[in-house]
Design a protein around this ligand. Structure first.
Ligand code: PRT
Ligand code: ZN
Length: 286
């Protein structure tokens, strides 16, 4: 029996859904009542605390929760020293300098002596310090993009994903200074029994993340093209090959990197592959 581990997850926001999705895909069942602030999983020693994302690093640091899922930006901004167990690769965004169109931006040097509005003063300050730039930081907790229009700042440093918000506010993305995505953080001083539970959880999360990066393909191939097909597929140890009734043909199956999928697909077509079947992989280990 492993010891109960508590995890702090954002209650409602950009991270909530995907944080819970990844845990659900680990085969861990829990209730879905969004009014509950605390919840224990049915079939795994995991207790959820649903909180605001800003509070997650602090709760983990104070031992209120053992682990948490939070944007790397929020974690770095606190300056706390916890263990970053994994980059979970969702909720990706960048912290960028944005300026009005009239601002002649020529790198961080252009910010010397300017007023920059941001919700991430610690991260911004460390970037500016490294570049030897001194600027006045105007710290706001939201609606950073309107500070230029209302005359509070000359430039901003804010999170960007599509860039739509900046454009809508007449700002131009001038330079990306930092990249973020959701990370799993943990208390560094966890008891051995809890560490074991965390290890079990991370093994499952790794399998889910690995599966997300791959597709499984199955196709029929003229026998004499097998070597070419193996080269195209690459990566994994080898494709699985099964004879078909027709002695001139084989059935071939293999996992393929999601990002290479279309080029693999087209190359296989070129060497005469037929009946290509593509499947999502639910879980996978190395
Ligand atoms: O209520 P709570 O405090 O829990 O939530 P929150 O409102 O503070 O955070 P939330 O849910 O908005 O974001 C949680 C985390 O998602 C952030 O800490 C980031 O790690 C990550 N993330 C990913 C983003 C974005 N993408 C993002 N685009 N966080 C915010 N934005 C905002 C950005 O600040 C700007 O206002 O979206 C706008 C820009 O989006 P685009 O697509 O127009 O460029
Ligand atoms: Zn927040």
């Amino acid at each position: 029996m492993s010891e109960m581990l508590s995890i702090a997850v954002q209650k409602s926001g950009r991270l909530s859904e995907k944080s819970l999705d990844i845990i659900r895909q680990c085969g861990i069942d829990f209730g879905t009542d969004s009014r509950v602030l605390r919840e224990v999983a049915d079939n795994f020693p995991l207790e959820f605390l649903f909180v605001r994302d800003d509070d997650i690093p602090r709760y983990v640091s104070d031992g209120i929760a053992d682990i948490g899922i939070v944007g790397r930006n929020e974690y770095d901004e606190t300056g706390l020293e916890l263990e970053v167990v994994r980059d979970l690769k969702f909720a990706s965004c960048r912290l960028s300098i944005a300026v009005p169109a009239s601002f002649d931006y020529k790198g961080l040097r252009s910010l010397e002596g300017k007023r920059i509005a941001t919700s991430y003063p610690r991260i911004l300050r460390s970037v500016l310090d490294k570049a030897g730039v001194s600027a006045e930081l105007v710290v706001v907790s939201g609606s950073v993009e309107i500070t230029v229009q209302i005359g509070v700042a000359d430039a901003i440093a804010d999170l960007v994903s599509t860039g739509t918000t900046l454009r809508m506010n007449g700002l131009v993305e001038a330079e990306c200074i930092y990249r973020s995505s959701a990370v799993m953080i943990a208390r560094p001083d966890m008891a051995e029994e809890k560490k074991r539970t965390l290890y079990r959880l991370m093994e499952r999360i790794d399998a889910v993340m690995m599966a997300r990066k791959k597709k499984y393909i199955l196709f029929n191939l003229p026998k004499d093209r097998l070597d070419e097909a193996a080269l195209i597929i690459g990566g994994m140890k080898s494709p699985t090959v099964t004879p078909l009734m027709d002695p001139g043909w084989l059935s071939v199956q293999s996992a393929v990197d999601e990002e290479r999928f279309w080029s693999v697909f087209e190359s296989l077509r070129e060497i005469g592959a037929e009946g290509i079947l593509v499947m999502n992989i639910e879980k996978m280990t190395e």
